[in-house]
Design a protein around this ligand. Structure first.
Ligand SMILES: [Zn+2]
Length: 396
């Protein structure tokens, strides 16, 4: 705010600053001022949100960030329709029409300053949820834990952990994120424990003796010696060894899949067939399948998720006072987006599915009616389940 000290303890905006438009681009305020003076700020418009294309040519994305969008616009005199949060959508329909994910209708002056934060909610959340879903597909049924919080500002921890969970990951690592999701935070041990304890044998003995009984004992086995050596030490020191984690630095990795196979063999030899092998360190959907094939039971994925490419949604006016009006390069008018109940394909105004011939139904749900809630917003477990059903349905 003008006149306030530019210094802050932490450089994050408060919810009140977001609501009052302090994180919105100034040109919207200037536009609003001009429109008010011209007597046009109550002109009724329909704004459409589309992605046109997805990062890296992804064929589909997971729509996320809707709950925050509805929370921001609740109480404004607007109607809001959207794909349900967690919908897996392609950038364009088979006919080549960009898939709309969200419509806001109302007097332009009622919501124009919110374009910046709404896009921010949708673009970042959808990027993280999509990357997580891609990792989920790559990992199959194996466990995937998010290690992404440390790569981004801590104020974003709840957002990141919610989005990775919606995208299909199994566990998150922070108390705040886990509590928000109603889960237990998951974690193993850092290299620091081995170093501070004076070596891996000492660290594993301390884990066995002192770690809370209810926490599964997972030993990090690459601090000083090679993974096999430390895995054997862990097997000797930890009676109830639940698993080992390999976080091998890239400079020492060689053939990571071979290392996983060797560790599996040595653990099995020593009667630890039930001990799982977790791997972490710079993993993404491209590197996971070979490690899974080598016998890795679970993955810690960090940077690839929290730093996922943003889904570049754009918001455009497509109707003015109920009549089609759109800028060059955009399709005017409200699109009657339909989704196939059988295969999940999208098309605009189609009665029959272009892909399988199945029955199509309306793709949108109305979430706000004159600013009042018009439909429930499902919780994270329901959204995650919906995402996983769609991923399975696609045979990915
Ligand atoms: Zn179909």
């Amino acid at each position: 705010m003008a006149g306030e000290s530019p210094r802050r303890e932490f450089y994050v905006a408060t919810p009140e600053e977001i609501r009052s438009g302090q994180t919105s681009d100034i040109y919207f305020f200037r536009t609003l001022d001009v429109l008010k003076k011209a007597g046009k700020d109550r002109v009724r418009v329909l704004m459409e949100t589309t992605a046109q294309a997805l990062p890296n040519g992804w064929p589909w994305a997971v729509f996320a960030g809707l709950e925050e969008t509805v929370n921001l616009l609740r109480g404004r005199k607007v109607d809001l329709w959207a794909l349900p949060e967690g919908t897996v959508f392609p950038p364009k329909t088979p006919r080549g029409i960009p898939v709309p994910v969200l419509y806001i209708e109302g007097p332009y002056g009622e919501f124009c300053i919110y374009e910046t934060p709404v896009l921010g909610f949708l673009c970042e959340a959808s990027g993280i949820a999509t990357k997580s879903a891609r990792v989920r597909v790559a990992a199959g049924e194996r466990r995937v834990i998010s290690f992404g919080v440390r790569r981004m500002h801590p104020a974003l921890a709840p957002l990141i952990e919610r989005c990775v969970y919606l995208g299909g990951l199994d566990s998150v690592t922070t108390p705040l994120g886990a509590a928000m999701l109603g889960k237990e935070p998951m974690g193993t041990m850092p290299h620091a424990l081995t170093i501070v304890m004076g070596g891996p044998r000492e660290a594993f003995a301390a884990l066995q003796k002192h770690l809370e009984k209810r926490v599964p004992r997972i030993a990090l086995v690459d601090t000083y010696y090679d993974e096999k050596t430390e895995a054997i030490l862990a097997a000797e020191e930890i009676k109830d060894l639940a698993g080992v984690r390999l976080d091998t630095p890239a400079s020492r990795r060689g053939n990571f899949a071979s290392i996983v196979r060797e560790v599996r063999w040595e653990l099995d030899l020593r009667g630890h067939k039930d001990a799982k092998i977790y791997v972490s360190g710079g993993l993404d959907e491209a590197s996971i399948p070979a490690l899974a094939a080598a016998g890795a039971d679970g993955f810690g994925v960090g940077t690839a998720l929290s730093n996922a490419p943003s889904v570049d949604f754009a918001m455009d006016i497509v109707e003015r006072e109920g009549k089609p009006a759109a800028k060059r390069g955009k399709f005017g008018g409200r699109k009657d987006l339909q989704r196939c109940a059988k295969c999940g394909a999208f098309e605009v105004g189609a009665g029959k599915c272009p892909a399988c011939g199945g029955r199509m139904g309306p793709a949108f749900v109305q979430y706000l009616d004159g600013g009042r809630p018009a439909a429930d917003l499902p919780g994270p477990d329901a959204i995650r389940k919906y995402v996983l059903e769609q991923l399975r349905g696609k045979g990915l």
